[in-house]
Design a binder for this molecule. Structure first.
Ligand SMILES: CC(C)(COP(=O)(O)OP(=O)(O)OC[C@H]1O[C@@H](n2cnc3c(N)ncnc32)[C@H](O)[C@@H]1OP(=O)(O)O)[C@@H](O)C(=O)NCCC(=O)NCCS
Length: 195
């Protein structure tokens, strides 16, 4: 498997990347990319300025996962968006490789932080279907994964939960915000990351 930048002229890879968004988010985030045209728009946007767009290719040269990042806060912070691995290729370390690759890309551009917003639209975590304004910080501290929500994947990548946006997707459907510094802290050499 190799990870390369998605090329604007590679229609095959663009279509495969779009297809992965539709299939990969259908079950738990059906409103994200309900059809191919909406997913194609996302891929095209990912090829724009101030963006990173990287695809994981299998030995046949097909896209089996991909990740994008969007520059913000004058380039200090990059939003990891989107991130998807083909359902048939999950839990084999491809998501990990894509995140590590994006971290390196962000470092090369002088960025400090990557963050992701990970929605909970259907009760995948204990942060859904509750009044988050009641005891918010304790709720975050005691978060539980009820149905394989990807926040746990991000924690394994060295991200921390830095917040939650209540009702981002409707009442009781929050967006969980996770972030990670991609360089060491100067005095201690410590990062949130494994380098
Ligand atoms: C989240 C996603 C990108 C992970 O990709 P992947 O290739 O399966 O991830 P990896 O194999 O590298 O997994 C790394 C670790 O995270 C764990 N993990 C992966 N997905 C997980 C999930 N949904 N819940 C809990 N743990 C998870 C793996 O078990 C593995 O743990 P280990 O190192 O202890 O064995 C993939 O499941 C996906 O595309 N999901 C749908 C889209 C999505 O959720 N995108 C992110 C939304 S913000």
């Amino acid at each position: 498997m190799e990870i390369v930048s998605l090329q604007r002229e590679n229609r095959k890879h663009i279509n495969q990347a779009a297809q992965l968004l539709v299939e990969g988010f259908r079950e738990n985030w059906p409103e994200a990319w309900p059809d191919l045209p909406s997913a194609l728009r996302e891929v095209e946007e990912c090829l724009g300025a101030e963006r990173i767009c990287r695809v994981a290719l299998n030995d046949q040269g097909d896209v089996v996962g991909w990740a994008g990042a969007i520059s913000g806060y004058k380039g200090h912070v990059w939003e990891l968006h989107p991130l998807v691995v083909d359902t048939r290729y999950r839990r084999r370390g491809i998501g990990t490789k894509l995140v590590r690759d994006i971290e390196e890309q962000v470092r090369q551009r002088g960025g400090l932080t990557i963050f992701a917003g990970s929605d909970d639209e259907n009760g995948m975590t204990s942060l859904a279907h509750v009044d988050l304004y009641d005891n918010l910080l304790n709720r975050i501290r005691n978060i539980r994964n009820l149905k394989g929500h990807p926040y746990e994947f991000y924690l394994k990548m060295g991200f921390q939960i830095v917040g939650v946006l209540p009702d981002a997707n409707g009442l009781g459907k929050p967006d969980i915000l996770l972030a990670k510094r991609v360089i060491p802290w100067p005095e201690t050499g410590k990062g949130t990351a494994r380098y």
